[in-house]
Design a protein around this ligand. Structure first.
Ligand SMILES: [Ca+2]
Length: 322
């Protein structure tokens, strides 16, 4: 009986251990499944991240190629223009005798956009001569005020920002009526004051109290620190610079740009009324913008400020490469 009863007594225990083993197996299997899924997901994420990195690098390389191509074309055009100064050619972009490198389309330097299909992707290229913009370091108070007004700021804000910009760069510490020298910055709790020296880059405007990032984005295309003159050259000016002129609204500025697109530089300039706010400066410093999109849709925008110096090697100087 004992021998007979013994296995019977053991049976529930055996069932319990089998149950425990089964639950353990299910747990282990589940944990393994979770680990496997997590490894698969993470390697998928890694693959996807690597692919993104490769695509971004391709877009960046494509944008850089766009800037280099524009630079090569501009140097070639510049050579042609120098020739023209010696009487061997007549027009910088369309005239006879243009010694362009074969296959390169001449580029206008007024912000006209060109599309360059390359390596199954495409690059939108535009060249903006700095002489077409308003110099922050020259006596351009009226244009600066007009530019701020064109963004819809109140007259009070226009006066205050204009005076603060002028106080920021003038060497003295005498505060203008609506401006701000270092004490004015301290009063606002800022840890810096007026620079009392010229702007070295347009983005220093973001240090001026009242210049928000959104305002900066609106006025930035019209501003430069590279032209070194009063007024702007209308042959290369962006729409924002025209809108800084007294009495010129967006519609009129658009009409001016359209007219310029269909005219030779000299003809366009002669068609404009005389104004002390226009300059004839044509310094060979320009912003080249190359906006690249790869065949997979990745994008990158390169913005470079470059001076052409054909007599030197290399024949250009890069001020910024962002
Ligand atoms: Ca000052």
């Amino acid at each position: 009986m004992i021998e007979f009863r013994h296995p019977l007594r053991k049976t529930p225990l055996l069932r319990t251990s089998r149950g425990v083993a089964l639950v353990a197996v299910i747990w282990v299997t589940s944990v393994l499944a979770i680990i496997a899924t997590s490894v698969a997901t993470s390697s998928k994420t890694e693959t996807s991240l690597s692919r993104n990195r490769v695509e971004n690098a391709q877009a960046r390389a494509l944008a850089d190629a766009g800037v280099q191509r524009a630079l090569l074309t501009l140097l070639s055009q510049h050579g042609a223009r120098t020739k023209s100064d010696n009487g061997q050619s007549t027009n910088p972009t369309t005239g006879p005798g243009l010694a362009l490198i074969q296959g390169l389309q001449p580029l206008r330097r007024d912000g006209t956009e060109y599309v360059w299909p390359f390596n199954s992707g495409s690059v939108r290229i535009s060249v903006h001569l700095e002489s077409g913009k308003i110099n922050l370091n020259a006596e351009n108070e009226e244009l600066l005020g007009g530019l701020l007004r064109s963004t819809g700021l109140t007259p009070t804000d226009v006066r205050s920002i204009t005076d603060t910009v002028l106080d920021f760069r003038d060497p003295d510490s005498e505060q203008r009526t609506y401006g701000r020298e270092t004490a004015g910055y301290v009063a606002l709790g800022l840890k810096y004051g007026a620079k009392n020296r010229n702007f070295e880059a347009v983005d220093e405007l973001l240090l001026i109290p009242g210049v928000t990032r959104s305002l900066y984005q609106k006025i930035r295309p019209a501003l430069t620190v590279y032209s070194a003159v009063q007024g702007f050259n209308p042959n290369y000016a962006p729409i924002e610079a025209f809108m800084a002129l007294p009495g010129v609204d967006r519609q009129e500025a658009i009409a001016l740009l359209q007219r310029r697109q269909n005219m030779l530089e000299d003809d366009f300039r002669q068609s404009l009324p005389a104004s002390s706010l226009y300059s004839s400066n044509v310094a060979p410093v320009m912003t080249i913008i190359a906006d690249a999109t790869t065949k997979s849709g990745a994008g990158f925008t390169r913005e470079a400020i470059i001076a052409l110096v054909p007599s030197e090697n290399p024949p250009y100087y890069i001020f910024s490469w962002d």
